[in-house]
Design a protein around this ligand. Structure first.
Ligand SMILES: [Zn+2]
Length: 571
């Protein structure tokens, strides 16, 4: 059977039915395995699995590009019902066949460890439950995506309303914040009801997989071989010790600069360093060409990749009604191309987001050569994937000025750098809050399934980590803030990755500050490794330590505060 005859263009991939996939899976299942043909067998499997995977992601992308497109939603649901469960079962059989063969092809060790973990948690009974979970996620996205606010006589998306929080007029910010929050609070009950369907479903999934609890299930599912729940808790404590006070200093500087009595939730986005918000660009085309110029300066290869993305229509940047919220870069594994999705709001945040997602997108290009599908793509540890994205945010920072074709004047660049570093500092406590919340939910599943208990626990953890923002009078908003935290819904336990990766990215940046050329070269080299080595080795290859401790954090925070101090002299 010729696996090279599987389609490679979008239209033909989207037209595939299960009956088209099935004979290929059957053939792989029946082929006799030996040390001679194992590599060819893995190659064929890679080709097939990449096709099914790209099929899924193309449909997923289409549902986020237009959440109101019924036809796409139907196709997506068809995939979830007809193809995904059958493909997963077939994949599982191939994994079992590989494990049973006792063969361990050279260079396949890290993949094999992951396949072993997947085999441990696989349960046929879970396939319909996982599909059900996906549908709940679609419901959540639809709900959040449909939120609109009437603002100055115009219907605005929730994402567009955030732009108003950059306004210097405090009363305008307050009015905008209130309008957006009121709109979200109106959905409080709906989101809570939706949440209460997620948790029992997840408990059942863990039970079917014969795992002691959902966290243990997710630990295997997320291939967390190199750290434990206890490590996460140490990280929370280290953040509380080192970063919470630094974040308080950030909020205090903000308070003084804005000349206000307390930092309120509508005061946290406005730039306290300028009387007018930075408007880095006017049009999406300008945004693309300036982003391209920056990537080109970091490394000509990145400029080349971004040009391909522009030429091939792999960027969807503007915010519109019926577009899912957020930003992502996803990999299409047959064509070896990323798809980059954003909701631009014409502020400096977009510049940061494109650098971030650009880092992910270039990772897709750099690891395209990795030989086996199981080694290079879906198995990439997120804890490292986010070093690629946040690392890019930092190593690109020297090129953000107009001098390099970028967005800013010198002093705007200094403002943007302060904003970035302060965002990172204040992110760590929020990350710890989200992660601690998830540990609590699944350690206490009865309470975790009760949305009102979740609201009060979230409020309690908020007070532990989020010191410095005054929410008094708005307790309901504080307690339901997690409703907008999509990871709780669509990626359980997926959040600490950002915190761990940030610590890696700061270390990469610290190296770049000593020797930019060498650090960028190392960065590219480690992107090209894909998932071929375990997580701590990926960090080491990037010149960083995979760490949870207060000392490493302290070193990072010291550097960040030192650079903030430097930048303040350039304002
Ligand atoms: Zn990311």
């Amino acid at each position: 059977m010729n696996f090279q005859s599987l389609p490679t263009d979008a239209k033909s991939i989207l037209a595939l039915k299960w009956t088209d996939y099935e004979p290929y899976y059957k053939e792989l299942e029946t082929r006799e395995l030996s040390s001679e043909n194992i590599n060819a067998w893995l190659d064929d499997w890679s080709t097939l699995a990449s096709t099914a995977d790209e099929h899924y992601w193309r449909l997923y992308i289409a549902t986020t590009v237009n959440t109101a497109d019924k036809e796409v939603e139907d196709q997506y649901n068809q995939y979830l019902e007809k193809i995904q469960p059958a493909a997963k079962t077939a994949e599982q059989q191939l994994k079992e066949k590989l494990l049973a063969s006792g063969l361990s092809p050279k260079g396949f060790e890290t993949a094999l460890r992951r396949i072993q973990a997947e085999a441990e948690i696989f349960s046929e009974e879970n396939l319909p439950l996982l599909a059900e979970e996906q549908k709940l996620v679609t419901d959540y996205n639809k709900l959040i995506g449909s939120l609109t606010v009437m603002w100055d006589g115009e219907e605005r998306t929730f994402a567009q309303m955030r732009a108003v929080l950059y306004e210097t007029d405090r009363s305008v910010r307050l009015r905008a914040w209130e309008a957006a929050e009121a709109c979200l609070l109106k959905q409080r009950q709906n989101i809570n009801e939706l949440w209460e369907k997620f948790v029992p479903l997840r408990l059942k999934i863990a039970e079917n997989a014969a795992m002691p609890d959902y966290r243990a299930y997710m630990w295997k599912q997320r291939f967390r071989f190199d750290y434990s729940p206890e490590d996460c808790k140490s990280f929370h404590a280290a953040i509380e010790e080192v970063v919470v006070p630094a974040a308080q200093r950030v909020y205090e500087r903000r308070r003084q600069r804005l000349g206000i009595e307390a930092v309120r939730p509508w005061d946290i986005y406005v730039d306290p360093l300028g009387t007018t918000p930075i408007k880095p660009y006017e049009t999406i085309d300008e945004f693309k060409s300036k982003s391209h110029a920056i990537f080109q300066q970091v490394d000509p290869k990145f400029g080349e990749y971004f040009q391909i993305m522009m030429d091939e229509g792999l960027l969807d940047l503007e915010s519109r009604k019926n577009k899912a919220p957020g930003a992502y870069s996803l990999g299409l594994h047959v064509v070896h191309r990323p798809f980059l999705f954003m909701n631009n709001i014409y502020t400096s945040l977009d510049v940061q987001t494109i650098l971030h997602e650009g880092g992910h997108a270039f990772h897709e290009f750099e690891r395209a050569h990795v030989h086996f599908y199981q080694r290079g793509e879906i198995y990439l540890p997120a804890e490292f994937a986010e070093v690629a994205s946040m690392g890019m945010e930092l190593i690109a920072s020297p090129y953000k000025t107009k001098e390099y074709g970028g967005f800013y004047t010198e002093s705007e660049a200094a403002r943007a750098m302060i904003e970035l570093l302060e965002d990172f500092i204040t992110f760590w406590p929020y990350m710890a809050l989200v992660d601690a919340f998830q540990h609590w939910i699944y350690e206490n599943p009865t309470e975790g399934s009760d949305a009102s208990r979740c609201e009060s626990k979230w409020g309690e953890l908020w007070d532990r980590f989020m010191i410095g923002i005054d929410y008094s009078g708005w307790e309901d908003v504080k307690k339901t803030y997690w409703h907008r935290q999509s990871h709780l819904f669509d990626g359980p336990f997926y959040y600490i990755e950002y915190g761990l990766a940030l610590l890696g990215a700061i270390q990469v940046w610290a190296n770049a500050r000593k020797d930019q050329k060498k650090a960028v070269a190392e960065y590219r080299k480690v992107l090209a490794l894909g998932a071929t080595v375990p997580l701590p080795q990926l960090f080491a290859a990037a010149g960083a330590k995979f760490a949870f401790d207060a000392d490493t954090l302290k070193e990072a925070v010291n550097l960040m505060e030192e650079v903030i101090g430097d930048m303040e002299t350039k304002l």
